[in-house]
Design a protein around this ligand. Sequence first.
Ligand code: CS2
Ligand code: MG
Length: 405
Amino acid sequence: MKIKDIQVYVNCPDRNFVTVRIETDNGLYGLGDATLNGRELAVVAYLVEHIKPCLIGKDAHQIEDIWQYLYKGAYWRRGPITITAISGIDMALWDLKGKAAGLPVYQLLGGKSRTKMKVYGHANGNTIAETLDNLGKLIGQGYEAVRLQCAIPGLSSTYGILKGEKDYFELQRNRPLPPEQAWDTNKYLNFIPELFRQARSKYGEEIELLHDVHSRLSPIEAGRLGKALEPYHLLFLEDAVTAENQANYRLLRQTTVTPLAVGETFNSIWDAKELIETQSIDYLRAAATHAGGITAMRRMADFAALYKVRTAPHGPPDISPIGHAAHAHLNSWAPNFGIQEFVGFGGAQMTAVFRHPLRFEEGYLHLNDSPGLGVDFVVEEAEKYPYKRSYLPVSRLGDGTLWDW
Ligand code: CS2
Ligand code: MG
């Protein structure tokens, strides 16, 4: 099964996505997600200029060899641009292998470890009352786990809050330059415990609650927050601190029993190695689209399992339905799957462009048995939505210091 051609598409149905399409000499094609929010064109160039010429004529069945060839052959290893490009190729090759075998990818990984996948939804609000109303709506839809994010009183804007936009897609696609958002750690730390106190008081102990700090604290500030949230027993506190220095989490781990999750910005198992070996985290948030595709995620899941760390793949609106489908196959197989972040399937434009094998029901995702990843990408629809440059925000403290967003 030789690679005959590789097309790379960057389109903006609801928001920008990068899609890899690999065609083979036996008439099949495979699809992969190579979206990198705010840096899409760098990945497109990497795929078209540097990867595509090397792969034409190669055997598409050689998934591992191609992964090693693209990873080691670049010499300049790792990094989000390189690994997101490799991820898109890798997903497309697994899609092809499944189609050639007439089997869903999860069967190629070892079969199903579960019949459905637990997800967590997002409840956001400009006030605690609004956030809790949205939590109630998700509970009514059957979610058993919900992430809470709320605007911080006294701050003009903060991560995860829609303000006037109708959804994340509208929020993310209209940023011709990086928006500057204010941040104040003290206001945040003084406010968030009250959000969870009220959530528990209103909805009881059963619903599993999560929160994303989005990498804004120091280890000891995160320890203060983790301890303050212990009475509300979160499923996990995400991105409490950045993990470039993995030792941050060893320090944090000594201060609180609130479970910890990190990894959405990881692009290599090396980013997680020490965190896992020292059992400094409970959930690994790496994503197939940014961490090296299915080949890399399988390796990370197996390594994490040795240390009782579970997977909780990143599932934001800026991973395409192809990436979400890749997660569904990995989540079906992984014995140490924890939970999947789920923000819905997007609007009419998304469903016109992307076909996926997933069904949401009562707090769980169900995966059908279509061969490969079970996805499709309608090129003529996608081309109606040309790429539109858009950036992620940046954060600044009150004195102008550039901060983690
Ligand atoms: C967030 C993401 O979903 C999450 O956990 O951290 O929405 C993140 O902000 C975006 O993926 C950035 O592009
Ligand atoms: Mg996050």
